[in-house]
Structure formats: C-alpha cells, structure tokens
Design a protein. Structure first.
Length: 413
C-alpha cells in the first residue's frame, strides 16, 4: 500500500498566526522552515479535493500569501493547487487519467514559472523537468514531491507526511513534537478579514457545503444578477421560450400584469444548460412584481432535454419581501425574505395563493411608480441575497484560472 497524505505550505505568515487562524479546527502547524510553515489538517486527509481547495483558498486569502496545497494518493498521484492571495492560479496532476483509464496518461498542468515566482525560486528549468517527467521516472509520487520541494527551496516537512502520521508521532527527522502547534485548543487570535467570503462581483460556484446532496462545488455564473446584467431585447428570447411560456404569459395579461422587460442569463457556467430566459412583470396596482423564467437543460443520464418554467409573484413590505413561487431552492433562506414554495406548475394556483396570503396582512406593499424604482429595488434585493450567501459560504468566488479551465471543459463537450 502506498502513501496517502495532504498538506499546505504557506510562505510568509508565522506559525503562531496560522495556528490562531485555524483555532478550533483539528490541524497541526509546523515551525517556520525556509520561510514557510506547513499545515496538516485532519479533514483534508479525507482527500476530498473540494475541502482542500476551500481551506487552501481561505488561508492564502487571509494571509495574502502564496500557498501550495499538495495531495499524494497511494504514491501514484501527486496533485497540487497553487494559491496567491486566495486566488487559484495553477493546478497540477501527475496522473489525470488515473481513475478513468489507470496509470499512463502522463502529467497535466503545472506552471513552473508561476510556481517558482511564488516561492522566489530561480530553478524554473529544474521544476519544469520535475513536473513534466513521466511516472516511469518516479517510482513513488512522494519522490517527485521531494524533488519539487528541493527545487523550490521551501519547507520539506510536508514530503511524505500528513495529519495522520504527524498526529501519532511519526515525524520527519528534522522536526520534533515540542515544535508543533496543535490548533484544536488554540485560542483564536485577532480576527482577519476573510477575503474568501468577500462579496465582490465575479463568477461564482455553489459550494459543496451548501447542501448535503452536493459532492462537489457547482459553477454557476456571474453574480450578482442585476437588472442590467440580465436585460436583453425581446428578439433574443428563443422560440422554445415563447412556446413553453405562451399560456402563462397570456394569463399574466389577463390578471393585469404588464411586461417590464425581458432577461437572459448571459455569463453562465452551468453545465448542460441549453437556454435560459425570462420576463419581468408589474401589475396594474404597481405593487405586485411577477416573473416567468424558462430553463431548458440537457440530462446526460437519459440523453434528453428537459424544460422547466418558474412562476413567481412578489410584494415588498417595510420589513419583509414576500413571494409565492414554484421555484425549488435548496439554499438556506435569506433573512427578511418569506418565500412560500408551491409544488405546482399552475400559474393560476400560484397567483391565487399569493393573493390569499396578502389578504391576511394588515400592512401595505410598496408601490413602484416607474420602471426605475422597480429596477432599483430589484438590484438592491439581488445584491442583498448575493452578499448574504457569499458571506455564509454558500456561493464561492471562482478565480480567473478556474473560470478559464471550466470554459475549456464546456467547449469540449
């Protein structure tokens, strides 16, 4: 049986500050060696790449430093991710086809220049040779890791070592137990700005932690979805959209709703989405906001396409945004939003339930005198939801490297 381990090498921050940042988490932090500290994390030893990416991004972002997250799987695979100030900028896999076709596919990724620049090494040619060498050149992945660490001139504590081995006292020759800091009972230090959860516009993914059913994070698209970001002229709406929503749109007119513009998600990264568009509405009282949203997706399991139409009605009150919809959302509710989710595709039933709930209220909904006031509220609401979910970690910003990598995957499909 080969070696299994995961660890993180950070250049710059002190052992104490890193341990304080990990306070309460089951992790171990080494002393500084060659300007770097190494973190061994118990949860990361599960070798879940999502967990590794999450912690790597967080630590690198908090300390605004280079971080190399390394995984060794059974001494057959050496995988790493390089983070700079929280941003994933490089990724490497010595055997990308290992789990599909077995050993032999050869290394993929790895930017020797970027890696050397991050750790102030001039050995670009040597690092390039190590990264591109076929697996025949290395009997064990830990040997490749050792060579890479030597060429970069960074701490060697992580080569061949993970949380499990360190926790039971199996330490590298140049490391002693008394030098380690175990973070489980460490007192937290001064709070750091968690740039990992700073809500700034960009491409985001739904975190694998947002729902127990998710095994990996799912790329979504550009956020926040403001009115201007999604607005499009009517001719851009597909014929499939028109056909699928014709009955609903006619009923909206019968209820006194007037179209306020068409919308379409333009910068999306959702796999298998073929078409997505919508219409915004405001009723004759100018207090009830309506939406019809169409989505057509490809289902790989059945090799078929599936259409879905979402109906939504919203009223804005001084202390609450109230909605009735058939939209399914597995993310936690946003404070100040009361959403009644109905298992029905009948727009009439959803509208009736919406009006019925409003009759039970004593306060009056907000009036939107013109389109500009509706757009201003729509944007403020979208930003509120966006910021809340980013700060809660449900939506995680993607780096430029991740976006480009995922676009290549989409284009190859």
């Amino acid at each position: 049986m080969g070696n299994f381990y995961t660890n993180y090498t950070l250049r710059g921050p002190s052992q104490k500050s890193v341990a304080e940042a990990l306070a309460g988490r089951s992790a171990i932090v080494t002393p500084t060696q060659a300007g770097c500290v190494v973190v061994f994390d118990e949860e990361s030893d599960e070798q879940n790449w999502e967990i590794i990416a999450e912690l790597g991004s967080r630590l690198s972002g908090q300390f605004q430093c280079p971080l190399l997250a390394v995984l060794n799987h059974d001494d057959d695979i050496l995988w790493y991710q390089l983070y700079l100030s929280g941003e994933l900028v490089d990724e490497y896999n010595s055997e990308p086809g290992y789990f599909e076709s077995g050993p032999g596919a050869g290394p993929e990724g790895g930017d020797a220049k970027r890696l050397c620049a991050a750790f102030d090494s001039s050995a670009v040619a040597e690092v390039q040779k190590i990264l591109k060498a076929n697996t025949d050149s290395y009997t064990f992945a830990s040997e490749r890791h050792m060579d890479l660490v030597g060429a970069l001139g960074i701490a060697s504590f992580g080569t061949g070592t993970g949380f499990e081995t360190v926790s039971i006292g199996e330490l590298p020759d140049d490391l002693s137990e008394s030098e380690l800091m175990r973070t489980k009972d460490v007192t937290p230090g001064p709070s750091l700005e968690d740039v990992w959860r700073r809500p700034v516009p960009g491409y985001y993914k739904v975190s694998f932690r947002a729902n127990p059913k998710l095994t990996k994070s799912v790329p979504a698209g550009w956020m926040p979805g403001t009115w201007a970001e999604m607005e499009c002229p009517e001719p851009e709406i597909s014929d499939e959209f028109r056909q699928a929503t014709a009955v609903h749109r006619e009923r909206m007119k019968q209820w006194g709703f007037v179209e306020q513009g068409f919308k379409k998600l333009k910068r999306i990264l959702v796999t298998n989405v073929r078409d997505r568009g919508g219409v915004n509405y405001l009723d004759f009282s100018r207090c009830h906001f309506g939406q019809i949203i169409y989505r057509r997706s490809y289902v790989p399991a059945t090799r078929t396409e599936k259409e879905n139409v979402v109906i939504s009605f919203t009223a804005v009150f001084p202390n609450e945004v109230f909605s009735c919809t058939n939209h399914v959302d597995f993310l936690e509710p946003v404070p100040g939003h009361n959403v009644v989710r109905l298992k029905s595709d009948d727009a009439g039933y959803i509208h009736e339930q919406f009006l019925s709930h409003l009759k039970q209220r004593t306060d009056s909904p907000r009036h939107f005198p013109d389109l500009q006031s509706l757009q201003a509220w729509f944007d403020a609401n979208a930003i509120q939801i966006f910021e809340y979910r980013v700060r809660r970690g449900a939506w995680v910003r993607m780096s430029d490297f991740e976006v480009e990598k995922f676009r290549k995957t989409l284009n190859a499909q």
